[in-house]
Ligand binder design. Structure first.
Ligand SMILES: Cc1cc2nc3c(=O)[nH]c(=O)nc-3n(C[C@H](O)[C@H](O)[C@H](O)COP(=O)(O)O)c2cc1C
Length: 194
């Protein structure tokens, strides 16, 4: 089984990175083949809303997102991790998500209305961290994750969300969170509902 981890933070070795590392370790221990995308290392421009993909299912922009599309399609399970920036995800990750509109358009071109009500190509999870304790901190990002995964023909299967985590590496003080991330990765691959 192919598992893809999307690292959404601009800060290398930060809290969401550490949690995603653990989730992927769990997935690997359960027998998955694991790949990683570090969004901070890629040059991905935002969607132009030009309508090009409505006609073809392909994006007109030639940049490093081209290498990401096949990996999004091929993975059976995706884990995406990110810090909250102003109650959303960092702009670099949001650009990748917005560019998945091409996959959304492709789905509309290839499938009937009935087929589009099913999401047959796997599952996606989201791991979020933030500094505050706001009750609604992850609401917008959870919706974003759901529709991102649906564009990829995957169903959103939930995730892990930690508040009051701020400094780089702070999450290391939360052994339980790191264990939960490992368990999420393992259980997702084994097909056990986390
Ligand atoms: C530009 C910016 C915006 C932020 N906005 C929020 C926010 O709206 N809510 C919040 O709880 N934390 C916010 N934070 C704090 C980060 O989410 C927090 O430090 C997180 O642990 C960073 O995770 P990382 O190490 O994976 O990058 C913000 C941080 C930055 C740099």
């Amino acid at each position: 089984m192919k598992v893809l981890g999307i690292y959404g933070s601009p800060r290398p070795g930060g809290n969401s990175d550490l949690l995603l590392d653990r989730a992927l370790e769990g997935a690997n221990a359960a027998g998955a083949e694991v790949e990683r995308i570090y969004v901070r290392d890629l040059k991905i421009s935002g969607c132009l809303e030009c309508g090009g993909c409505d006609e073809t299912g392909a994006c007109v922009i030639a940049d490093e997102m081209e290498a990401v599309y096949p990996r999004l399609r091929e993975a059976e399970i995706i884990f995406m991790a990110a810090p909250m920036f102003f109650y959303g995800v960092p702009a670099q990750l949001k650009a990748l998500v917005d560019r998945s509109q091409a996959l959304w358009s492709g789905r509309r071109l290839e499938k009937t209305l009935e087929q589009r009500q099913r999401y047959d190509h796997g599952r996606g999870y989201f791991i979020g961290v933030g500094a505050t304790r706001g009750k609604t901190l992850f609401d917008g990002s959870k919706m974003m994750a759901k529709y991102f995964y649906e564009a990829l023909d995957k169903s959103y299967a939930g995730g892990l969300f930690y508040t009051a985590v701020e400094k780089k590496g702070h999450i290391r003080d939360h052994a339980q969170a790191l264990q939960e991330a490992y368990d999420l990765g393992r259980k997702a691959v084994l097909g056990v509902r986390p």
